[in-house]
Design a protein around this ligand. Structure first.
Ligand code: SF4
Length: 161
């Protein structure tokens, strides 16, 4: 069967970002030719509307959010932690249903960021840590993480074999 790759929907040109836009990575579909692409947007899956106020994790990273030690707040100060956790759980369900070897994620996002995320100050500053969805996938699966910053991924075919 063809390899399955989960991809943050905004990287495929789907306009699901907070500002109503996307972050299309040119060449992404060509590189993933031969794979079955499963797009996902945790923030939409969690019940948030598009467009929506930007949100960041305050007081920690995605792992801390899962542990109840940090929260996700939008620019208006509204707590959207529940939506972010619901979205992460929906993506985990997608992983369990589709068994992808890899997931390609939008860097720095409070949901999709891998290893580096915005620090909660809404100033563009970064901190170490995963977004909420990545934190949950890291705890619950053996999936491999990439971001658009890794493109083109040199040995994706081999890694998905
Ligand atoms: Fe959705 Fe993740 Fe893209 Fe944000 S970064 S728009 S949560 S897919």
């Amino acid at each position: 069967a063809e390899p399955v790759v989960l991809v943050s929907a905004c990287l495929l040109g789907i306009p699901c970002r907070y500002d109503g836009g996307s972050k299309l990575v040119s060449g992404i579909r060509a590189q993933l030719a031969g794979c079955r692409i499963v797009p996902f947007c945790p923030e939409v899956l969690g019940g948030l509307e598009t467009p929506r106020p930007a949100a960041e994790i305050t007081g920690g990273d995605g792992a801390a959010v899962l542990d109840g030690a940090a929260s996700v707040r939008n620019r208006a100060g509204l707590d959207v932690t529940g939506e972010f956790i619901r979205g992460a759980e929906a993506v985990l369900d997608l992983v369990r249903a589709n068994q992808p070897a890899s997931v390609i994620l939008k860097a720095k996002s409070p949901s999709c960021g891998v290893g580096r995320i915005y620090d909660g100050s809404f100033t563009g500053r970064l901190r170490d840590g995963d977004g909420v969805t990545v934190a949950l996938l890291r705890r619950s699966t053996a999936i491999r993480f990439y971001t658009e910053e890794d493109f083109p991924i040199q040995d994706l075919d081999e890694k998905n074999a």
